[in-house]
Design a protein around this ligand. Sequence first.
Ligand SMILES: [Zn+2]
Length: 566
Amino acid sequence: MIRFYVRTFLSLLTLLLLVVPVCADDAYDKVRSEFRKLQNSSKQQLYRHNWERVIEGLEQFQRNDQDHPQAASALFLAGRASHDLYRISGVRKDAVSAVKMFDRVHDLYPASSLADDAMLMAGEVLEDPLQRFEEAYRRFSSIVTLYPKGDMFGKAREGAKRLAAHAPKRPTVAAPSRPVAEPGAARLENIRHRDEGDFARVVLDLTGPVGFKANTLPADTSRGFGPRLYVDLEQVQASERLPDRFVMPGRLLQGIRTGHPTSSRLRVVLDLASLKDFRVSQIDRPDRLVIDVFAEGVEDVDEVEVPVSGADSIGAMLSSVPNEPDLAINIPDSTLSKGLRRIVVDAGHGGKDPGAVGPNGLKEKTVTLAMAKKIAAELKKAFKCEVLLTRDDDTFIPLAERTQFANRKNADLFISVHANASRSRSVYGVETFYLNFSKNRQAVAVAARENGMSLKEVGDLELILFDLMANAKINESSRLASEMQKSLVSDLRQKYSRIKDLGVKQGPFHVLLGATMPSVLVETAFISNRREESRLKDSAYQQQVAKAVVKGVRNYARAFKLIATK
Ligand SMILES: [Zn+2]
């Protein structure tokens, strides 16, 4: 019995699947031809119920299958029919209905070729007969910014010019520092952006939490558009001080545009060179929306490495500099004049936090303390500067306090010493990190372990990172990490075999977060690998690491003219 029902159900389903699309197309043809018939019969047009039947049919078609290829057209025709009805009836309500339908077309189907037509129609009806000039102006100016290459651009620009006097008022005096927002309404105060070529981040600074919806539009070569990502914010007004268009020579981010498709909805469009993936996250205190965009072509994120003289923006910039004395990087004057006066060396972990533990029981916290002490002694000898340790015994210090200590002491450099670990005992090598958005999953995994966090927590941390990055010395830290890694690999290779160069990487390291001076985290070897565990325990290896760190600091300081070049 059961089998019989199942089979019947399945064949019914097949039948439905085959029939439904045909039905839908038939249905569209039917409602459209009803409209045509009405347009051709001046007698029929005199009766309101004939119009209402046509409009209801078109709307119903769109409601029944909102994703149908003709759904936008049906809704657009419903708007047209309402407008035609108004011209005969002269009833204001009919014109208002037409505007609502046109607005729904560009709200629901922004990728449709009818989206800008619908927006223009809404603008024209709002202007005449409705005489709602400010709203009409919004539609016209939105077309100008949102569809600059569309065929409605010319008419929209004329409309916006015609109604320029009705543009939303810009404040003649400076806006109050705390704008009085309507209840439930937020304001977009600022747009910040950052483009790393394969990754871009746009932050929308808001005055409150918002409802939002994000969608993508594919590239449209006929209109000269790359892929677009748009985010609709409900009940949001853009600050009058904010330009409605940012054009940028970015590699991934081509431009950012904003417009008000309706008076309460703000649309932010990102014009992109390519688009593989994106994510939008809402964060509070302060309220903001973070939009992350990942470029096409980064096929396997895991494979993206940042080599020492790498192809990443910072690495490329640094390695393209012909000779170091002319280094074309902006260094704050204070750093230059101060020179290298104070260095903080941070021995990773300690106390209740042993760090990673090797197969023979060696604890990371023990190794890092021994190495940090040796590094401090060598640095003092080499630079005659003050060197401070975050800890000189086996005590626990929270991660945040370590950089706070360095900030408080006005340190010029911050070097955090660690030993690496992997689930696989065969993994070995040396790598150096600096604080930045992670470029691959391994870097996130290392950061998660060193931070004592889950991968998800690291993801959250990266969101916060954006705000803290403003103070981070990324260029300098990247350079310091490169010099450190180079000297570690070359010096260790002088005395040891099988020293693997794992390169310089960037990641969201909690211990580097908030540091206002150039800062790096050195993973001196893998404690999880038996060979490297016994080396880490060996005082001679520790001493060689210390000498290499000094050499790295020296090369860095020379590059930035912090010490006299010989
Ligand atoms: Zn560690």
